[in-house]
Design a protein around this ligand. Structure first.
Ligand SMILES: [Fe+2]
Length: 191
């Protein structure tokens, strides 16, 4: 509902701006008011995109754990999370939202299985604690998926709630838990 109010508000502002431009030009092309309003209208999409870009996660070396397979999966997850931000902010439609969230959940599970495989193969001593974090994350993501099913098309900012939770979780998990795992796997390779 909150979202439809903001869309309505933006629509209303655009109509007011267009009327102001039209009336302003009736007073002559040298009237500065319609030009100022016109310039403001042109800036809106740029500002909107800039605000959305601030939400994106920019992949950088600080997130690398030093294991090719894990880094590849993490980059893919970050890409999917950024798509959730786009879906939430560009009104991309219900089916797109559902497919991005679905892919994010499936890829998270797939990635966890791959990571767990590496931990088991290498007899990782912190396996159980790490698995526990993965289990909790899957439970949380499935709760979000149900919520999104009830309010598709990212209504009431559900997508951004999911995104902010996952962003925090993933960055925290990568920079602490997975970095530890990365160090361990690299030390095993050197043996
Ligand atoms: Fe992990």
């Amino acid at each position: 509902m909150k979202k439809s109010y903001s869309v309505f508000g933006l629509f209303f502002l655009i109509i007011v701006a267009l009327v102001t431009i039209f009336l302003g030009f009736l007073f002559g092309l040298d009237n500065p008011v319609p030009w100022i309003v016109l310039a403001s209208l042109a800036i809106i999409p740029y500002m909107h995109e800039r605000n959305i870009r601030k939400e994106y996660i920019d992949w950088s070396a600080q997130y690398e754990v030093g294991v090719k397979l894990i880094d590849h999966d993490h980059q893919k997850l970050v890409g999917l999370l950024n798509q959730v931000v786009s879906a939430a902010n560009f009104n991309m439609g219900e089916s797109y939202v559902q497919s991005v969230i679905g892919e994010l959940i499936d890829y998270t599970k797939y990635h966890f299985e791959r990571e767990e495989g590496l931990m088991k193969e290498s007899n990782y001593p912190d396996l159980e604690a790490h698995l526990d974090q993965h289990r909790q994350m899957i439970e949380q993501v499935e709760t979000f998926a149900k919520k999104i099913n009830e309010r598709p098309n990212c209504e009431e900012d559900v997508c951004m709630e999911v995104y902010r939770y996952l962003k925090l979780w993933l960055i925290n998990h990568i920079t602490h838990t997975d970095k530890e795992l990365g160090k361990y796997l690299q030390s095993q390779e050197q043996k």
